[in-house]
Design a protein around this ligand. Structure first.
Ligand code: NAI
Ligand code: 13P
Length: 368
């Protein structure tokens, strides 16, 4: 194992730590591989678990994940294993980068392999269909209470390919325990990957999950040729929907103004690397969802399933979410997207109230 040092090893000039540790990564998809590559470039020893034996072979023999993140050479200190329990017990930090539908099944296999002193960082962005749980809620149900204070969440605007290219990226680390968030922040931050921290797990998770639905909406709008006006309207009103829904579930509204809200919404609603936006673009151009998902090479667009969860959550919470509802009807009930746009634009007229602006104004007035 790499030597565990102390905060004293932090550079005086940058505030960044030079300490190195062992990091396990569960999930050999694009994001798991990019995060593993980032950690390995920092000098951490990294062990990656991939479901597919072929991905394990590619990483160990070809030093590249040709299946999910082609074109990025992987260093020698990033190795892969098919033994999930070996990876779960490998290091001080365990990054969990598993699509939402597989989180429970995957984590159930490692419950008694995780070290008591491990920090488990979920990097998943979604909401489960059956139970409407976020990854945090799934993990707390599956993992023993001794590990609950060791949980953290990484989210924010971060395309895997751009992290693999070491393009400047900023993300949020959320944990109920500030020491845990700080430790992850120190072990993952570089001049090219800046981690901020927060206690608001709910806001960070819901921002990351719900922006995927909005990215599909923006893709559909662009695919229909509705241009910049349509996209800007969706981003602004969609952010308000997402914020109101997240706040009804306990989020701090200001979290949604941060990296894991506005930041990730801007990225995935406008960036062509987004799988969710791409699904929307293709739907808007008239392709069928089945055709689209069949040609994605196993990559997951979480917004497809999350649109169903978000629709049910909005109904359960009694929150009016016309964009989310519209995407649910297009994807799961085959409704014509043009009809959805027309209906949403024809709703009763009302004043523009934006929950983030209202919240900020209230806080300003409350200041002495
Ligand atoms: N790709 C990206 O740029 C980013 C992705 N994310 C999130 O990270 C999570 C993982 O996404 P990616 O790494 O991009 O995956 P991916 O879409 O590149 O690949 C699919 C992943 O699902 C796994 N998988 C398929 N069936 C499985 C099963 N039965 N059990 C366990 N795993 C199974 C595959 O092994 C593979 O790791 C998602 O929640 C995604 O929203 C978050 C930030 C950036
Ligand atoms: O969450 C992401 C970037 O922050 C990746 O988005 P997509 O899953 O839409 O590619």
């Amino acid at each position: 194992m790499a030597a565990a040092g102390s905060g004293a090893e932090r550079s005086r000039s940058t505030g960044l730590s030079s300490e190195r540790t062992n990091i396990g990564v569960l999930g050999g998809g694009a994001w798991g591989t990019a995060l593993a590559l980032h950690a390995a470039r920092m000098g951490h020893d990294v062990l990656l678990w991939a479901l597919e034996p072929e991905v394990v072979r590619q990483v160990n023999e070809e030093h590249e994940n040709n299946t999910y993140l082609k074109g990025y050479p992987l260093p020698e200190n990033l190795r892969a294993s098919g033994d999930i329990r070996q990876v779960a017990s490998f290091g001080e930090i365990l990054l969990m980068v598993i699509p939402t539908p597989f989180v429970e099944r995957t984590v159930s296999q490692i419950v008694d392999a995780v070290r008591d002193d491990s920090i488990l960082v979920s990097c998943t962005k979604g909401i489960l269909n059956d139970t409407l749980e976020t990854p945090n809620e799934i993990l707390k149900r599956v993992l023993p209470p001794r590990l609950h204070s060791r949980l953290a969440y990484l989210s924010g605007p971060s395309f895997a390919a751009e992290v693999a290219k070491a393009i400047p990226t900023a993300v949020t680390i959320a944990s109920e325990d500030d020491h845990v968030a700080t430790r992850v922040q120190e072990m993952m931050s570089t001049p090219r990957f800046r981690c901020y921290r927060t206690h608001d797990v709910t806001g960070v998770e819901l921002g990351g999950a719900l922006k995927n639905v909005l990215a599909i909406a923006c893709g559909i709008s662009d695919g229909l040729g509705f241009g910049s006006n349509g996209r800007a309207a969706l981003i602004t009103r969609g952010l308000d929907e997402i914020t109101r829904l997240a706040v009804s579930l306990g989020a701090n509204p200001l979290t949604l103004a941060g990296l894991s809200g506005v930041g990730d919404i801007v990225l995935t609603c406008t960036g062509d690397l987004s799988r969710n936006r791409t699904v929307g673009l293709r739907l808007g151009k008239g392709e069928k969802l089945e055709e689209i998902t069949a040609t994605m090479g196993g990559a997951v667009a979480e917004g497809v399933l999350t649109s169903r969860s978000a629709h049910h959550l909005a109904q359960k919470q009694g929150i009016d979410c016309p964009t989310i509802e519209g995407i649910y009807h297009v994807i799961h009930e085959g409704k014509d997207p043009v009809q959805v746009v027309t209906e949403n634009m024809s709703r009763p007229l009302k004043p523009e109230v934006n929950i983030l602006v209202a919240e900020a104004a209230q806080r300003t007035v409350a200041q002495p």
